[in-house]
Design a protein around this ligand. Structure first.
Ligand code: PRX
Length: 662
């Protein structure tokens, strides 16, 4: 496996982001009804803590008032809303019912095969109460960890909120992750309970989940006592008596009476694993009061949410942070009606999303640029067949949105009238940090533009000095924010090292950025060994570890190569072991074999698009792999400056060997 690669500079290849010069001021009509007013920035800047305290009181129902807004006496460990007590599930559910909105639809759920379910706030509250009782009856208590490995079914949201209600800490594992990845996450968090399903539907066919749980729990030494299984696709499953329980026999039969107990504002809400620069995913820890405040605030103002009339749809998966903050928590805390969709955008036809928008009269859509670029490829004729006139605000998240996709989104999907909000944030930030405000900001295609009120973002140079307008550097956050991660599960030192040691007193996001002449921020992609494929975060090191765990591989280096649709794609360079060669020649199937191996080790999303067999890897004298040079090759360029290589001829050898590869 490679050692750390050299730190790269913000990618110049993304300079082409900066070509569209049009600005789109808000229409007078939109501005007149917008919740955000231009004065909100000054108001927040005048006293950030007072601003957040006010938002928190306005947006949430506290069981016990907080005494102090922020305790930053032990940086980088923040405590927000100190002394306050709150229950997240009560805020997302019961209080709306108590306020007379029990009949409002909380979730319009659309299954991939076309089956549907609907939950009003009253019904969803009841389901969550039952699940809370069922989990407690299984011995899950406050502070215990629960792994949730579910497809996009309402039970995912119900399980998350039931955990929050009883103070258990959920760890949602994306359903596309492998048994191996699931086991690692179960072990790291020492989960007591796993909630899964027999499976789901993908591209018109049943796809299974339960077997991965069985494989994950096969080897002894884990902490799991029970597995609750939701019946979704009806496929046969193996059963471990005493451990496995059907959701229908456990949750649905439980009592619907459950009183929420208030938890401390800093009580852990969840752990969510994300890729970093090392092989081991980090368990990002979020707590309750600050997280709910900022997710609810951003959801309301960035989407201009009018909960009585809007229909909101976030098309992310619950397994990622976007699904946590903007499906499970913020929309419900804000009392919104939302759509939740199980399947892929092209099943049974490429107009599925637009059909859903027409059917439910969706007003707010939140999606990733990769999806938008895919729709562009499919052609504008497809959305043109549907009535999308209900749309009011369109959001983008997860990766830089190129101006062409931005304009297409606004024109073709938004009928040339909807504001586009390009929202920059991370698993670690918990909620949106940089984004235009609709009705206020004159938007620029391709730029997330400005820090939200109450947030202090900046772009700095190598030494941590702010760059001048027109210059590029590293994105940092200058002061603590309510929904910031509170640490890495079980590893406080890694939290400090990763985020707070690169620059003094600043949070280092790991992204390159640029300020334009107006001081607006443009995100330019990661500057570390993290890749972004279709808005999914993958670590080069993690995939390298997976590759070298295969018998045939001696060494591996992975790079993220620019990709027109997915933003980046995974390209792996491997040196094979002598024992894997027959007469010096590799198995012609080796690329496929190794792709499948990565799929099994991490999950299908991590499968390299290409695996290139090479005789050597370019290394510096200190043994660091120069991924920059491999990236040049993966992107079809001549390799750049190779003067720091231990062996300057190596790039020639690699290029020659790749020419021979069919
Ligand atoms: O590189 C940035 C990119 O996604 C990374 C965070 O990934 P993750 O933790 O998986 O969270 C994704 C969903 C919030 C960031 O470091 N990123 C996210 N949003 C944007 C973005 N890059 C450019 N523009 C964005 N709007």
């Amino acid at each position: 496996m490679s050692q750390n690669s050299e730190n790269s500079q913000p990618s110049e290849a993304l300079e082409n982001l900066l070509h569209e010069n049009r600005k789109f001021p808000p229409s007078a009509e939109f501005a007149a009804q917008a919740l955000a007013q231009p004065t909100i920035y000054a108001e927040a800047a005048a006293d950030r803590e007072a601003f957040w305290a006010r938002q928190s009181r306005e947006l949430l129902s506290w069981s016990k008032e907080f005494e102090q807004t922020l305790d930053w006496s032990n940086p980088p460990f923040a405590r927000w809303f100190v002394g306050g007590e709150i229950n997240a599930a009560y805020n997302a559910l019961d209080r709306h019912v108590e306020a007379g909105n029990g009949d409002r639809v909380a979730i319009y759920w659309e299954g991939e095969p076309g089956d549907t379910r609907q939950y009003t706030y009253a019904q969803l509250t009841e389901e969550v109460k039952k699940a809370a009782n069922a989990f407690e009856a299984l011995g899950v208590h406050k502070g215990d960890r629960v792994a949730i490995y579910l497809p996009m079914v309402p039970e995912a949201v119900i399980s998350m909120l039931a955990c929050a209600r009883i103070g258990a800490i959920h760890s949602v594992v994306f359903g596309g992750f492998s048994a191996e990845a699931l086991r690692n996450r179960i072990d790291d968090a020492e989960a007591k309970l796993v909630i899964t399903a027999d499976g789901t539907f993908r591209r018109g066919a049943p796809s299974s989940l339960k077997p991965a749980v069985d494989t994950a729990l096969q080897a002894p030494g884990h902490t799991v006592k029970h597995v609750i299984v939701v019946k979704r696709n009806g496929e046969p499953v193996e059963w471990v008596e005493g451990r496995d329980l059907w959701w229908a026999d456990t949750v649905e039969v439980a009592s619907a009476e459950h009183t929420p107990v208030p938890h401390d504002a800093e009580h852990p809400l969840y752990i969510l694993y994300t890729s970093g620069t090392t092989g081991k995913p980090k368990g990002i820890l979020h707590t309750t009061g600050g997280y709910l405040t900022q997710t609810a605030f951003t959801h309301k103002y960035v989407f201009d949410l009018h909960p009585e009339t809007d229909v909101y749809w976030c098309a992310a998966d619950i397994g990622w942070v976007t699904g946590h903050s903007y499906i499970a928590y913020a929309p419900l805390v804000n009392g919104a009606s939302m759509v939740m969709y199980e399947g892929t955008p092209d099943t049974p036809h490429q107009g599925r999303w637009w059909e859903i928008i027409e059917k439910y009269k969706v007003t707010i859509l939140y999606a990733a640029p990769t999806a938008i670029r895919t729709f562009m490829k499919w052609g504008r004729d497809i959305p043109a067949k549907f009535d999308l006139s209900s749309l009011k605000v369109l959001g983008s998240v997860g990766e830089p949105i190129n101006p062409e996709a931005w304009i297409w989104y606004r024109d073709v999907i938004g009928g040339g009238k909807t504001p586009i909000v390009d929202t920059w944030w991370q698993t670690e930030t918990g909620a949106m940090m940089i984004s235009p405000l609709p009705g206020v900001t004159a938007t620029k295609p391709g730029s997330a533009q400005i820090a939200l009120p109450g947030i202090e973002a900046d772009v700095v140079d190598d030494l941590g000095h702010p760059v001048a307008d027109g210059q590029g550097g590293y994105l940092v956050i200058r002061s603590p924010w309510p929904s910031m991660l509170r640490g890495i599960w079980g590893d406080p030192e890694r939290y400090k090292d990763t985020y707070w040691s690169r620059f003094e007193n600043m949070y280092f996001a790991g992204d390159g950025a640029k300020k334009d002449e107006d001081g607006d921020i443009w995100l330019l992609g990661r500057v570390d060994d993290v890749m972004n494929v279709s808005g999914h975060r993958l670590s080069t090191t993690e995939i390298e570890s997976a590759l070298v765990s295969h018998d045939a591989v001696a060494e591996a280096a992975v790079v993220g190569a620019a990709d027109e649709t997915t933003g980046q794609s995974v390209v792996a360079f491997v040196i094979l072991r002598g024992s894997a060669l027959v007469d010096g020649v590799a198995d012609p199937q080796i690329e496929q074999i190794l792709r499948n191996h990565v799929g099994r080790e991490i999950g299908p999303i991590a499968k390299p698009k290409r695996v290139l067999v090479v005789p050597e890897l370019p290394k510096t004298r200190s043994g660091k792999i120069m991924r920059r040079l491999l990236k040049d090759i993966a992107e079809g360029r001549e390799a750049g400056d190779a003067t720091t290589l231990a062996d300057a001829g190596i790039m020639q050898v690699i290029s020659e060997s790749l020419k021979k590869t069919p």
